[in-house]
Write a protein that binds this ligand. Structure first.
Ligand SMILES: [Zn+2]
Length: 76
């Protein structure tokens, strides 16, 4: 798992699940105890899979998508 300053890892607590119940990118269900990642650039929560995929095409300094080519599939 790569560290990326653009995301904040959080455990999905019952309190968090009142705010968000699905990943903001793939809409997979978030379950209690999962690790989710808050995307500070887009104000949404992502599952670990989507966070990893975004990290691969993101400039960590600016938190912007920098990949020139068509974005890879974000389906997890
Ligand atoms: Zn996802």
């Amino acid at each position: 798992m790569s560290h990326n300053a653009c995301f904040v890892a959080q455990e999905a607590t019952p309190e968090l699940l009142r705010i968000v119940t699905v990943c903001g990118e793939c809409y997979n269900e978030i379950r209690q105890g999962d690790t989710v990642y808050y995307d500070m650039e887009h104000y949404r929560y992502l599952c670990a899979c989507c966070k990893e995929k975004l990290c691969a095409v993101m400039d960590e300094e600016t938190c912007e998508i920098v990949a020139e080519e068509e974005a890879p599939s974000l389906f997890c």
